[in-house]
Design a protein around this ligand. Sequence first.
Ligand code: BEZ
Length: 209
Amino acid sequence: MAIQLGDEAPDFTAETTEGTINFHQYLGDGWGILFSHPADFTPVCTTELGRVAGLKPEFEKRNTKVIAISVDPLDKHEAWAQDIEDVTGNKLNYPLIADPDRTVANLYGMIHPNANDTMTVRSVFVVGPDKKVKLTLTYPAATGRDFNEILRVIDSLQLTAKHKVATPADWRQGEDVIITTAVSNDEAAERFPGYETIKPYLRKTQQPA
Ligand code: BEZ
């Protein structure tokens, strides 16, 4: 069965470009993102891996560890890393899992046989400090992901884990947020003084710190 939001992220130990890694240990007490690629030496994947390397400081600011996976073997990953740097200017600065026997890919349901029965699709799993899956995304091979959107979702996940708020469509860090419906008006007045009622079920407030 597919991994669903709230499930524990399956743990595994795998060979990576940064040595043998146990996934849960690697994540430690922070957040994590595990994302898969169809194959090495492919154009979209090359741009994606380089882009994430460039965004690593942004993931670090969010206490989020990054780890990627492709079903190719380690020696191929190591040769491909040079191409990633040549093409994007960014050195691969996070581990890339080698999964030639598809152990991790199968554990996470990253192979979609109706799309391609040997390659992983472009999956994304965001994992919280409790090791529970907070977000899943699946993109087809021909569509590269927008990693700014993934950073935006992490901002929302971290904010809504801390405060009784939700984020509206197209929300960006620093913009107004929605007070969850579980909060009474009395509690809202206490927690979010000056909040605005747009509809009885839609109350907005400044983003809490
Ligand atoms: C790519 O990364 O460009 C790609 C990989 C597999 C299939 C199609 C495109």
